[in-house]
Design a protein around this ligand. Structure first.
Ligand SMILES: *Cc1c(COP(=O)(O)O)cnc(C)c1O
Length: 418
């Protein structure tokens, strides 16, 4: 605690839950170790395969649409001020047509809420739920789901020894269950109010099939739970798998879906995403769609016009062709990593329907020991699996978001020197 600089203190003026948050240790610790290493070894050529961000530039068709939208903003006749908080119709209609009708799913435009990112959507949505519910998360997991509930006071207390919050339901995902969480108990306190699922998965690269996802939908409908389904990586699916949870019967009664243009179209810096809340999703007589609309119209003023025109261009024929080329580029990197490491003798998961490769560290090395081993022996940086949750211990994440050249060079180094 820092000393107060104010004479008059009110006890309990702050949200104490912030004081319980462990430091965001993972990426700062990686940065520190890489910096120390490169200072001690200035000649070394470090290859970063830990990147969780896209690197390919935005496609020409999308850039063209953005330029046009920018010009409209500079003209009195075509200028746009505040837009609809829920997103422009041109984009909401394109989404229902391409992302849903295209897969045989009927979603109405007013069930789509356009935003400036899925990270904030899957965090903000927690406002709609009571603090008394249990929240179920996979372990390992995208840390946003955990931290955001902890900040709301729904996670209990953090135990630095176990790396877990006392009041969350953790669903282990390991090679033992093929990285698919098991259904929580359906009795007593252990029935979750909300369940976060992310497929294809960051960090494990695992994906889920129709039948397995149907088990979750049935569980949620039987127990009154709501599934928060993050499908940020659906565009990376190469096998016959559901791209949307609404491809599963009765999912509209129990699921909210998050989609983002970030990984689909390289929008991590542009910022555009959307959340789907079907009108059939009702709890305690209240429509969640209505509640979210109330929330968004109060606290959000819409994603930028230029950004939404850019997102619309993603759905044009040429836009689709171009974004698919970028995704294929990353997935070729994924193939190179996956096949290369398998040949060298690693046990490798993911990389088929996701840009993430999740590998088992050799000889039961800890995730951080393997991090140092890779950095020191072959100057490759990845992400220790334990940083995503205790069940990530003994695993390591590599990403396909590097350049093709660096990706190939990294695998050659590992083959020659390890
Ligand atoms: C990258 C990513 C997102 C997208 O977040 P944005 O805020 O839309 O950029 C969502 N979920 C997961 C698991 C991700 O890895």
């Amino acid at each position: 605690m820092t000393e107060s600089n104010n004479d008059k203190e009110q006890a309990g003026i702050l949200n104490d839950n912030y004081g319980k948050m462990p430091g965001s240790y993972l990426f700062s610790e990686i940065a520190r170790r890489v910096k120390d290493y490169s200072q001690a070894n200035p000649e070394s050529k470090i290859i970063r395969l830990g990147i969780g961000d896209v690197t390919r530039p935005i496609c020409p068709t999308i850039i063209e649409a953005m330029h046009k939208a920018v010009d409209e903003m500079g003209n009195e006749k075509t200028f746009h001020g505040y837009g609809p908080e829920q997103g422009y119709d041109f984009l909401r209609n394109a989404i229902t047509k391409f992302d849903y009708e295209g897969r045989g799913v009927k979603i109405e435009a007013d069930e789509i809420f356009v935003s400036d990112g899925s990270k904030c959507d899957c965090a903000n949505i927690t406002e709609l739920f009571s603090n008394d519910i249990k929240v179920a998360v996979c372990d390992p997991v995208y840390p946003v789901y955990v931290d955001t509930n902890a900040m709301m006071g729904r996670a209990g207390d953090y135990d630095s020894k176990t790396g877990r919050w006392s009041n969350l339901l953790y669903m282990p995902c390991t090679a033992g269950n093929n990285f698919l969480p098991e259904l929580p108990s359906a009795t007593g306190d252990e029935v979750p109010g909300i369940i976060y699922l992310c497929f294809p998965n960051n960090p494990t690269g695992g994906a889920i099939g129709y039948e397995d996802l149907a088990k979750w939908v049935d569980y949620a409908n039987e127990n009154g739970s709501i599934i928060l389904y993050d499908s940020a990586y659906e565009a990376y699916i190469t096998e016959d798998l559901p791209h949307s949870i609404y491809e599963i019967p009765n999912a509209k009664k129990c699921a909210i879906e998050f989609r983002s243009f970030s990984k689909t179209a390289g929008f991590t810096g542009v910022r555009c995403a959307y959340t789907v809340i079907p009108k059939e999703l009702i709890r305690n007589g209240a429509s969640i769609n209505f509640m979210w609309n109330r929330r968004q119209t109060t606290k959000f003023n819409g994603a930028p016009y230029v950004t939404q025109r850019a997102a619309e261009a993603v759905y044009s024929e040429q836009g689709q062709k171009e974004i698919k080329e970028n995704i294929a580029y990353y997935m070729e990197n994924a193939r190179i990593i996956r096949e290369g490491l398998t040949e060298i003798g690693y046990e490798v998961f993911g990389g088929v329907n996701a840009p993430y490769i999740w590998l088992k560290t050799p000889n039961n090395m800890s995730s951080w020991d393997f991090f140092s081993y890779l950095l020191e022996k072959v100057q490759i940086v990845g992400t220790p699996g334990s940083g995503f949750g205790p069940c990530g211990e003994g695993y390591f994440r590599l990403t396909a978001f590097g350049s093709a050249e660096n990706t190939k060079a990294a695998i050659e180094r590992m083959r020659d020197k390890l």
